[in-house]
Design a protein around this ligand. Structure first.
Ligand SMILES: CC(C)(COP(=O)(O)OP(=O)(O)OC[C@H]1O[C@@H](n2cnc3c(N)ncnc32)[C@H](O)[C@@H]1OP(=O)(O)O)[C@@H](O)C(=O)NCCC(=O)NCCS
Length: 174
């Protein structure tokens, strides 16, 4: 995992994307597989992703955070026992109390030195105050063209992802 920079920030001073980015890695062992004992249990991968995203949100918000929604989990390539999985999480967009975190998963067949992109998903976390209610988070400082592009895409999703009158969430992830 990246080393945090514990600089003296005031509560709502902006923080960069790099400030809160997180990398977690794990070898898939038999205990992480589904009943067949060959492929990674999807829930184990999602748990790693949620943990990495939660750490990112925590580093940015400096207050307790909860997972609100997850978008775009599609396992398109199998991950097997023995594969070395790396999860990277970085903030793409922040609003008032909500934070969108892009989580990428790569897997490696160590013996063959073959690495592939397993999936990318977006986790939305909300920071909570001591009263358990949503709490304002610091603004996100974007520094590169890629960070700006992701921020604009996240902002579009923030305005698109809403719940309709039948409690159905309307959202489109490209
Ligand atoms: C997260 C939670 C506190 C939000 O409560 P809420 O009453 O919807 O609060 P608000 O309406 O003030 O919304 C808070 C933020 O979430 C955003 N939000 C709410 N519903 C959303 C949705 N369906 N999609 C995207 N964002 C949403 C709001 O836009 C707001 O963001 P902003 O402050 O940046 O503008 C509440 O839903 C909750 O406690 N959920 C359970 C979380 C949890 O326990 N997770 C662990 C997994 S089991």
């Amino acid at each position: 995992m990246n080393a945090p920079n514990h600089s003296e920030h005031s509560e709502l001073e902006g923080r960069t994307v790099a400030h809160s980015a997180v990398t977690l890695s794990q070898v898939i062992m038999p205990v992480h597989t589904g009943p067949g004992g060959v492929y990674a249990h999807g829930g184990e991968i999602i748990k790693l992703m949620d943990t990495a995203a939660g750490l990112t949100a925590l580093r940015h918000a400096h207050s307790p955070v909860v997972t609100l929604r997850v978008e775009g989990i599609n396992f398109l390539q199998p991950i097997r026992v023995g594969n070395y999985v790396t999860v990277t999480a970085k903030l793409t967009y922040t609003s008032q109390s909500s934070m969108e975190i892009q989580v990428r998963v790569t897997a490696e067949h160590v013996m063959k030195e073959k690495v592939w992109e397993a999936l990318t998903a977006y986790f939305i976390f909300v920071a909570l105050g001591e009263d358990g209610k949503p709490k304002k988070v610091p603004p996100l400082i974007v520094q590169t063209d890629e960070e700006r592009r992701l921020f604009e895409a996240g902002e579009e999703r923030y305005h698109t992802c809403r719940i309709d009158d039948h409690s159905k969430i309307l959202c489109a992830i490209d």
